[in-house]
Design a protein around this ligand. Structure first.
Ligand code: SF4
Length: 470
């Protein structure tokens, strides 16, 4: 897409060429167009023999000067205007296309892409920058030579020139979200304010350029792993449970601790063993300058309200079922209990904090079919699971090799980090045996609760037996 239609481009081209201008830039950083292009080439620092896209190439004059200085470069001229392309010098590859949709250019084909007073005509810079990232190799160069807006708005600028200029912060943010790392932004000394002179000569008033500064940005296309951190910079949250997978994932990202906020949810019913792991990890993290946030919920209040969690839920004991059955025992599904007491409060807090990348120590082999994998997006969060391909054995080996804290219940055969001591669900965790051996008082209470709940389940099951034997 362009803010200028091809007819307007043709008219503007003829006028500029008539004025003796062939490099269509608002400002020159040197006395001649050739020297100006040499300045841009030096700033771009293009790789030897690289494939370079000149996006919105005008009449190809910049490419011509580039080729004179750097004959090693393989330059592709991209332009949506057939008329401008027809005026380009011979000997270049050409593509008539909108630079938001350079479909003929394969993914990762280019070593560099240059927008020299071209991206200003895009109505949608984020889309243009995503397409630029698509066609670039990892490590490829994005050079933007354009005007940066330091104040005012684009209304008159767009009406007169079919262009928009944006605040440097937005240019850099959009580029980051597209997967680019900023190398530098510079405002080189201007030798000729070409656009200002044209506007004055045309009586259009040069005042609309007062808040605009000729600026050159050099970005580097980050590889996917790095791009994730750039894209979500300042909005990255790690969910730390105190379990072994969570600890392994967190220490695997130790170099990134200051880039994340670590969130830990305490239901008020944690194992003391988990609390000790959390205490040690928190101390480590804060000593390294990391940010640790604790979210507190009250799982006991929830159990009193909607019922104890169970792995089998008799209909007569659900909130709605009890209205009909009058059964005094409240039972809820373990998934609903965990969602209400753990996941929802955690996600609500992270969303309120503006988190967009959610990092967790989740492993694929804990699921028959993993609901999400790294890179997926759900509920407004992109997820990243650094140990998703690991086994439990690999996690334990990593913790041991690095001398990291791990709760003793794993060595006793517990399969997953038990979140709540008084949980009456998650029978497949192997938690009861550990409780019996190490927390006998809590175990006794648990068995009593399980007996009560089981009686309710048995009552419901007796109806099933009755029905089947009828
Ligand atoms: S671990 Fe058990 S008690 Fe704790 S939130 Fe999950 S289901 Fe509820």
């Amino acid at each position: 897409m362009s803010l200028m239609n091809t007819e307007a481009v043709a008219v503007a081209t003829a006028q500029l060429v008539q004025r003796g201008m062939r490099v269509f830039n608002a400002a020159l950083f040197a006395p001649t167009e050739r020297e100006h292009v040499a300045v841009l080439l030096a700033l771009a620092d293009l790789p030897e023999g690289g494939m370079v896209i000149d996006a919105g190439c005008g009449v190809g004059e910049m490419a011509l000067h580039m080729r004179n200085d750097r004959p090693d470069l393989d330059i592709l001229l991209v332009n949506m205007s057939a008329e401008q392309l027809a005026q380009c010098p011979e000997g270049f590859h050409r593509l008539q296309a909108d630079f938001d949709h350079m479909g003929a250019v394969p993914d990762g084909a280019a070593d560099a892409i240059i927008f020299s007073y071209a991206i200003c005509h895009s109505p949608d810079w984020p889309t243009t920058l995503r397409e630029a990232r698509r066609v670039l190799k990892d490590g490829g160069v994005l050079l933007i030579n354009d005007l940066a807006r330091l104040g005012g708005d684009n209304a008159e600028f767009e009406q007169l020139l079919g262009a928009r200029a944006h605040e440097p912060e937005w240019v850099e943010e959009w580029a980051a979200r597209a997967g680019f790392r900023l190398d530098f932004a510079a405002a080189p000394a201007v030798h000729e304010h070409r656009l200002r002179e044209v506007l004055v000569a045309d009586g259009a008033g040069a005042g609309l350029l007062d808040d605009l500064v000729p600026t050159v940005w050099r970005f580097v296309a980050a590889p996917p792993e790095e791009a994730r951190w750039i894209r979500h910079r300042g909005r990255i949250g790690f969910q730390f449970s105190g379990g072994r997978d969570s600890t392994a994932a967190l220490y695997l990202l130790r170099d990134r601790w200051v880039e994340m906020t670590i969130y830990h949810l305490d239901t008020g019913d944690q194992f003391p063993e988990t609390r000790e792991v959390v205490r040690r990890v928190r101390a480590d993290l804060e000593a390294a300058g990391g940010r640790f946030e604790v979210i507190e919920t009250d799982v006991q209040a929830r159990r009193n309200d909607v019922g104890y969690p169970f792995d089998v839920v008799p209909v007569d004991n659900t909130t709605v079922g009890r209205l009909v059955s009058g059964d005094p025992i409240r039972i809820t599904s373990r998934y609903e209990c965990c969602a209400g007491a753990l996941m929802k409060p955690l996600h609500a807090r992270m969303a309120a904090d503006g988190i967009t990348l959610l990092v967790r120590g989740q492993r694929d082999d804990e699921y028959a079919a993993p609901p999400l994998r790294s890179g997926d997006v759900a509920d407004g969060f992109e997820v990243f699971y650094p140990v998703q391909d690991w086994t439990a054995e690999q996690v334990m080996a990593f913790l041991q090799e690095n001398g990291l804290p791990v709760a003793p219940f794993y060595a006793a055969g517990v399969r997953r980090a038990p979140e709540c001591m008084g949980c009456t669900a998650w029978w497949d965790e192997g938690r009861a045996a550990y409780l019996k051996a190490h927390h006998p008082r809590e175990h006794k209470v648990l068995i009593q609760r399980l007996n009560d709940i089981r009686a309710a389940v048995d009552k419901q099951m007796s109806w099933l037996t009755h029905e089947m034997e009828a």
